[in-house]
Design a protein around this ligand. Structure first.
Ligand code: ADP
Ligand code: MG
Length: 341
C-alpha cells in the first residue's frame, strides 16, 4: 500500500484530504469545514461552533507558562474563532487529558484562568470531558456562539476593491515566545541565572495572555459596519491574507509601512532577536487579532478607530497577493504560516 508522509501535504492539505467528500445530511448545516467556525441555521439566527486543542510541548511549555494564563488562553483562542465570524460566544465545553503529575491545586489554577476568561467574554462553561494522559497535558475546548444572519462574516466573501483592516498590533506574541525560549535555554544551561525579562512585559504578555477581540466585534456593531470577510490571526498575517484571498478568489496589495507593530515588539525584534519586525508581524503567529475586509463606503466609519489599521485593499485574482515595500518596490507576499508537521 502507498504511504504518503503528512509533511507532503502540510496541515491545510491534510485537513482537505481527510474531509473531502464528507456528506452533509442536514439543511441546517450552512457551513462545514473551511472557516473559523461551522455555521448552523437556527431559523432567525445562526449558531456558530468551533473547537481548538492545546497540547503540552507543542502549543505551550509549562516551564514558563503559568497554568492560570494557560486556562485563560484556552478560552480566548476559541472565543477568537467566534469573533472571526462576527458572532458572540455563548457556551463553552472543556475537555482535559491529565496525568498524576498534576495536583488538584494545579488543575484548579488552570480552571481559575478559564473562569476569569469566561467572565470577561461572558461565556458559560457548560460541560466537557476528563481523561488520563500518559505524557503531557492536553486541553480541548469547543465553543458555541450566535449571530444575526445578516451580520455573519465568512472568509470567502470579500469583494474586489474592499479595504483590508487589521486590529491591534502584530508580531508581539512571536517576539514574546522567542524571549521566553531564550530565557529557558539560559536557565537550562545555568540554573542559577535569573531570567532577564525586564522591559519585556509587553511581548511576554502578548504570548502568555492573548485576548480575543470581542471588543472590536461590539464596536463594529455600534459603528454599523459588517465586514465583508473576516478571519482571526492565529498563524500570522500573511497566512490569513492568503486564506481570505484564495477563498474569495481575489488578489491583494498590502503596504509594509501600514502594518501595525508595537514599539516594544519592534525594539525586541531588532535589539534582542536580530530579526525583522515585519517578519514577526507577517509570519509570527498567535496574535489573535482580527483581519477583515470592509466596503470602501464604510471607511469613514472606521478611519478614526484607534485600534483598527487599514493595511491594503483587495484586487482581481490575476494580480496575486503583493507587499508594497517601504522602499517603493512591490514583492509577492510569502505565507509561511506554522509548519506543524
Ligand atoms: P483555525 O485556525 O481558525 O482554528 P484551522 O486552520 O484549525 O482553523 O481549521 C480550518 C478548518 O478545518 C476549520 O473549518 C476546522 O473546523 C477544520 N478542521 C481542522 N481540523 C479538522 C479535522 N481533523 N477534521 C475535520 N475538520 C477539521
Ligand atoms: Mg481562526
Amino acid at each position: 500500500m502507498k504511504r504518503t508522509e503528512i509533511s507532503a501535504l502540510g496541515e491545510f492539505g491534510l485537513i482537505k484530504t481527510l474531509t473531502q467528500n464528507t456528506t452533509i445530511f442536514h439543511s441546517e448545516t450552512v457551513k462545514g469545514v473551511g472557516d473559523d467556525a461551522a455555521v448552523m441555521d437556527l431559523g432567525d439566527k445562526y449558531l456558530v461552533t468551533s473547537t481548538d486543542m492545546l497540547v503540552e510541548g507543542i502549543h505551550f511549555d509549562l516551564s514558563y507558562y503559568p497554568l492560570k494564563h494557560l486556562g485563560y488562553k484556552a478560552i480566548a483562542v476559541n472565543v477568537s474563532d467566534i469573533a472571526a465570524m462576527n458572532a458572540k460566544p455563548k457556551q463553552i465545553l472543556v475537555s482535559i487529558a491529565i496525568s498524576n503529575r498534576f495536583s488538584v491545586e494545579a488543575l484548579q489554577e488552570l480552571y481559575e484562568g478559564m473562569k476569569i476568561a469566561c467572565q470577561n467574554y461572558q461565556v458559560d462553561l457548560v460541560g466537557g470531558d476528563t481523561t488520563s494522559s500518559r505524557s503531557g497535558l492536553v486541553l480541548s475546548v469547543s465553543v458555541l456562539g450566535m449571530v444575526e444572519k445578516h451580520k455573519i462574516a465568512y472568509r470567502n466573501t470579500a469583494q474586489k476593491g474592499d479595504i483590508i483592516c487589521v486590529t491591534g498590533d502584530l508580531g508581539g506574541a512571536y517576539a514574546g515566545l522567542q524571549i521566553l525560549e531564550r530565557e529557558k535555554q539560559v536557565f537550562l544551561t545555568n540554573p542559577d541565572m535569573q531570567p532577564q525579562l525586564e522591559g519585556k512585559d509587553f511581548v511576554v504578555k502578548r504570548q502568555l495572555r492573548p485576548e480575543a477581540r470581542m471588543d472590536i466585534i461590539h464596536e463594529l456593531e455600534e459603528l454599523g459596519v459588517v465586514p465583508t470577510s473576516m478571519i482571526d490571526i492565529s498563524d500570522g498575517l500573511a497566512s490569513e491574507v492568503f486564506h481570505i484571498c484564495t477563498q474569495s478568489n481575489l488578489g491583494a496589495m498590502i503596504y509594509e509601512d501600514k502594518l501595525p507593530i508595537a514599539q516594544e515588539t519592534y525594539d525586541t525584534a531588532i535589539n534582542d532577536l536580530n530579526i525583522s519586525p515585519v517578519t514577526c508581524a507577517l509570519n509570527g503567529g498567535e496574535d489573535y487579532e482580527l483581519l477583515f475586509t470592509i466596503k470602501q463606503e464604510d471607511y469613514e466609519k472606521i478611519k478614526n478607530h484607534p485600534d483598527i489599521s487599514t493595511i491594503g485593499y483587495t484586487t482581481e485574482p490575476e494580480k496575486k497577493i503583493n507587499l508594497a515595500m517601504r522602499a517603493g518596490n512591490v514583492i509577492p507576499l510569502q505565507a509561511q504560516g506554522w509548519q506543524h508537521f
